[in-house]
Design a protein around this ligand. Structure first.
Ligand SMILES: Cc1cc2nc3c(=O)[nH]c(=O)nc-3n(C[C@H](O)[C@H](O)[C@H](O)COP(=O)(O)OP(=O)(O)OC[C@H]3O[C@@H](n4cnc5c(N)ncnc54)[C@H](O)[C@@H]3O)c2cc1C
Length: 302
């Protein structure tokens, strides 16, 4: 089946792109594997008009609004590969179908690579968090920790201190430089050098960290900046350039969210830093409108 556009990834970025293409009466197919990055959190915060709502419910609602447009097809599944053929793009889906379109939007997101510590994975998005703007208010004034994963962790600790008394857990890593230590002290951030062995607490809650010298230190929420990986090799298969972000690679795009390959756009976490659902949705709008306008204004073949 041929479309004007295929969107790979149907979450905040992909659905925002697709609805603008559909409203321009162009045909669009969204392929989605159903694993958005924030699926671990019970509530999403800060999104216009949706503060505190469940992430999966927000995405399901947007998907059902999109499907009311006649030129839309949605496919639940994984895009397994893509290639350019005769000026169009073919995308293979894990059910064996191959879809083709004039243009593509890559909105398949990124995944977080959490440190391998007992008690961490099951608390991700609940009491182990990455972003105070998304989940800081709920722990305001409580005992907060920042786990050092990269040099930027000191910066994260300076910021988190706005939400409550903060300890930077170096986890055996190097101390920050003298100037950063002075700034941390000015913000009343405590530095704990010991290695963290495990996270402890009832259910998904956190109450303490077990350190390698045997101490159990109380903490209510732990923030960290995980390394990330791009969810699909499709951008590289199509020749789109990647660039290094502070947490991991992202797809390089211009202000119109066009990648380095003509006809291929990218939006959302996979093509920006920093990350949140509102920025992902906004980038999706840019990519969708840019794509539709490129269909209109592209030079005619001679
Ligand atoms: C724990 C946690 C909590 C968060 N809380 C908040 C919050 O409260 N507020 C906020 O604004 N932001 C929050 N964020 C950030 C937010 O989740 C992301 O910024 C947002 O999800 C990015 O949207 P996206 O559409 O770019 O990617 P995603 O939402 O990650 O969606 C990508 C989609 O593409 C699909 N996909 C991947 N590969 C393929 C493939 N090969 N074929 C087909 N489909 C594919 C995935 O299954 C997924 O459905 C949170 C993040 C985390 C990790």
């Amino acid at each position: 089946m041929q479309h004007d556009a295929i969107v790979v990834g149907g979450s905040f970025a992909g659905l925002s792109a697709a609805i603008h293409i559909a409203r321009a009466r162009r045909s669009v197919c969204v392929i989605d594997a159903g694993r958005p990055r924030n699926r671990f959190a019970a509530a999403s915060h800060g999104f216009f008009g949706q503060d505190g709502n469940q992430p999966l419910a927000m995405i399901a609602g947007a998907g059902s609004q999109l499907r009311s447009y006649p030129s839309v097809r949605t496919v639940m599944g994984e895009a397994t590969g893509a290639r350019a053929i005769d000026g169009r793009f073919a995308v293979m889906v894990d059910d064996g179908e191959t879809l083709t379109a004039a243009k593509l939007i890559l909105a398949f997101g990124i995944s977080d690579l959490l440190p391998d510590l007992p008690g961490m994975a099951e608390r991700w998005g609940k009491s182990v968090l990455h972003c105070p703007y998304c989940h800081g208010f709920e722990y305001g004034g409580q005992r907060l920790g920042v786990l050092q994963t990269m040099p930027i962790s000191s910066h994260q600790a300076l910021l988190i201190a706005d939400w409550g008394p903060t300890t930077l857990y170096l986890n055996g890593d190097d101390f920050p430089d003298a100037e950063t230590q002075r700034t941390l002290a000015h913000r009343c951030v405590t530095i704990e050098p010991a290695r963290v062995l495990a996270l402890q607490g009832e259910g998904e809650g956190l109450s303490s960290l077990l350190l390698d010298d045997g101490r159990n230190v109380p903490v209510d929420a732990l923030y960290l900046a995980p390394r990330t990986r791009i969810n699909s090799p499709i951008a590289e298969q199509l020749g789109c350039a990647l660039e290094d972000g502070p947490f991991g690679p992202v797809i390089q795009t211009d202000a119109a969210k066009l990648t380095t390959v003509s006809g291929i756009y990218a939006a959302g976490d996979v093509a920006r830093v920093p990350h949140n659902a509102s920025w992902a949705a906004a980038d999706g709008v840019t990519a969708g409108i840019s794509l539709q306008q490129s269909l209109v204004f592209e030079p005619l073949e001679s």
